[in-house]
Design a protein around this ligand. Structure first.
Ligand SMILES: [Zn+2]
Length: 115
């Protein structure tokens, strides 16, 4: 899969530094950019956990349910980031303490955020 990106003129200096780093580390620019995209998706995939302002202002809207563990439906205490599939895309799931610990023990790729 190929993609095209637009970088503004002021990005030129950063682009040159990226080239230096890539050369020094023996990696391609594409690989570094792919890693950046993976990291961004891993950090942002669950979305903004804050309630949207229009939901707060709309009194007819039902109260938002607190997140539940994706495995046992207990109240979630963490968002766990798991390696998912061949392309190493991060998948985010809500977990209770028990399932968080199970993921920590089993998953080769792991990150988390406390709720
Ligand atoms: Zn659980």
């Amino acid at each position: 899969m190929k993609g095209h990106f637009y970088f503004p003129r002021e990005f030129k200096r950063l682009w040159a530094i990226l080239d230096e780093i890539a050369k020094r580390e023996g990696r391609s620019r594409s690989k570094i950019l792919r890693e950046c995209v993976e990291e961004y998706v891993r950090l942002h995939e669950p979305g903004n956990p804050q309630t949207r302002l229009d939901v707060i202002l709309d009194r007819r809207a039902p109260p938002k349910e607190p997140p539940r563990c994706s495995y046992c439906s207990k109240p979630a205490t963490y968002i766990s980031y798991l390696k998912d599939g061949l392309f190493s895309v991060a998948r985010a799931v809500y977990t209770c303490d028990l399932h968080r610990n199970l993921h920590r023990a089993q998953s080769p790729y792991y990150g988390e955020r406390k709720l």
